[in-house]
Design a protein around this ligand. Structure first.
Ligand code: NAD
Length: 500
């Protein structure tokens, strides 16, 4: 055990004496270090630091704010290996996957560099006699971000660069299961020239979250995590008068039509179901095959492809995916597999008890698992598993497949595999999910679009990052102005003013 991970408040690393929690290296199963869990006073100190930094930061010209983001992008690139190693060590993600995560995060910093253009506002001259009107997009003040374990770099980077470049100050509460990356991200922001107090990081669990949700100085909360917690955060934040967006869990269906290119389907599903051990909110965890023959061929192809999959420690780039985040989470995923079996599904490939490299026997490994003949009443179908488990549901028509998606409580992402443009267009237009792929397995929108699911995958009106993120982190102010001239001088007017 090397050290305790602290907090970053007002530009300094501080430690909280309240309590600590173990942080594991999931590849070995050993405790890597501990994380300090912030108590109320520490969280309030972080909010106070953010509040104190706000007046200066708000009036810093947007071009200067954007230049810090340009430097930040370079620093993230220069520190790529260090960041990816930390992600791997605490999350278990294989180095190539961690590099992809970081790159997606950097793209959000690149988007933030465009703030001078994004915040230009709207202007209308002569909306009335000698009257001009314009809309500004002003920062909110102190914004809090609460993030999940599965993307310890990318999801925080969805939030704070954009919030900060818009003129807000920020308190980030990362997942306590892999907390170190965020501290490094914050230190690099300081190195890029960000004034102290503009970005603060508090590590912790529920007490830290509750303190942020209750603090009247916090104006807005951006949350990403599981649906039960998203619901709670959204309900509490909005009841306390805060703006809130809360992204939740998922169950993403891939619909495979009989005319699909099956080689492409198999390769796509292998990566999208088992990549990152299935611990992605956009993982394709259900394949819905239309027609028995499609299902048989697809299952045979996936089964054959799975023979080559390797799970193992994060540091070996030859592995396809790494361990799960904790022993408890691994046990939960195994329970879903056992539950599906007990409810009558067919375990085609069983990943339980995988063989692992000598020296890594205590890591939280679960092999890729394929389950066929899953039905909508099964618990493993209704709930999010968040593990390397692909379930196959067999249906007769595309409409049945769409009805399944419509009937599910989650509506994050979905994908259709077909060569039929008409079918794909119909599907994309009518399906009830926020992000749709057409022959694309992980349709995570690029940084200059926005991310957000439907139904219980998102609470709030605006998606995260991109144009929606810019709106979320700013509020419109519309000014209407006239400088009375000799020509235009009105007396008292009692009717609603209109343009005659
Ligand atoms: P989680 O909900 O357990 O934790 C998320 C955050 O909430 C963490 O910072 C955690 O400390 C905090 N938290 C946990 N329990 C809390 C409680 N009772 N009260 C207050 N705060 C609490 O989620 P996780 O396991 O870290 O992440 C995985 C989940 O996140 C999955 O459900 C996944 O689908 C979802 N996710 C969604 C998206 C998306 O954009 N929709 C992206 C990534 C992950």
């Amino acid at each position: 055990m090397s050290h305790i991970v602290g907090h970053f408040i007002g530009g300094k690393t501080v430690y909280d004496a309240a309590s600590v929690q173990d942080v594991y290296n999931p590849s070995t199963g050993a405790v890597a270090r501990q994380v300090a869990l912030a108590g109320k006073a520490t969280v309030e100190a972080a909010v106070a630091a953010a509040q104190a930094a706000f007046p200066e930061w708000r009036k810093t010209p947007v071009l200067k704010r954007a230049r810090i983001m340009f430097r930040y992008k370079e620093l993230l690139e220069q520190n790529r290996d260090k960041i990816c190693a930390l992600i791997g060590e605490e999350h278990g993600k294989i180095v190539h996957d961690a590099a992809g995560e970081l790159q997606r995060g950097i793209e959000n910093v690149e988007f933030a560099c465009a703030a001078p253009e994004m915040l230009k506002g709207e202007y209308s001259k002569n909306v009335g006699p000698e009257i001009d009107s314009w809309s500004d997009f002003q920062p909110l003040g102190v914004v809090a971000g609460i993030t999940p374990f599965n993307f310890p770099a990318m999801v925080p980077l969805w939030m704070f660069p954009l919030a900060i470049v818009c003129g807000n100050t920020f308190v980030l509460k990362p997942s306590e299961r892999d907390p170190s990356v965020c501290l490094l991200l914050a230190q690099l922001m300081q190195e890029a020239g960000l004034p102290d107090g503009v970005l603060n990081v508090v590590n912790g669990g529920r007490e830290a979250v509750d303190t942020l949700l209750a603090d009247p100085r916090v104006q807005a909360v951006s949350f990403v995590g599981s649906t039960p917690v998203a619901k709670y955060v959204y309900a509490t934040a909005t009841a306390n008068g805060k703006r809130c967006q809360a992204m939740g869990g998922a169950k993403n269906h891939a619909v495979v039509l009989p005319d699909a290119d099956l080689d492409n389907v198999v390769n796509s599903l292998l990566g999208a179901a088992f990549g990152s051990s299935g611990e992605r909110c956009m993982a394709l965890s259900v394949a819905v095959a239309v027609g028995g023959e499609t299902a048989d061929r697809m299952v045979a192809g996936i089964k054959a492809g799975m023979r080559h999959l390797k799970t193992g420690p994060f540091s070996d780039a030859a592995n396809h995916f790494g361990p799960l985040i904790t022993a408890a989470h691994k046990a939960k995923v195994e329970d879903y597999i056992a539950g599906a079996q007990a409810q009558g599904a067919e375990i085609v490939v069983d990943g339980r008890n995988p063989s692992v490299l000598a020296g890594y026997e205590n890591g939280f490994y679960l092999g890729a698992t394929l389950i066929d003949r899953v039905t909508p009443d099964m618990v493993s179908y209704r709930e999010e598993i968040f593990g390397p488990v692909l379930q196959v549901v067999r249906v007769d028509t595309m409409q049945e497949a769409m009805d399944l998606i419509d009937g599910h409580i989650y509506g994050n992402g979905t994908c259709i595999y077909t060569r039929d443009g008409e079918a794909a267009r119909y599907f994309a237009d009518r399906v009830s999910a926020g992000m749709v792929g057409i022959n694309i397995p992980l349709p995570v929108p690029v940084a200059y679009h926005s991310f957000g699911g439907w139904k219980q995958s998102m609470f709030g009106d605006l998606g995260t990052y991109g144009p929606d993120g810019t709106r979320f982190y700013t509020r419109r102010k519309t000014v209407t102005q006239r400088w009375p001239t000799a020509e235009v001088r009105e007396g008292a007017v009692f009717a609603m003013p209109v343009l005659g």
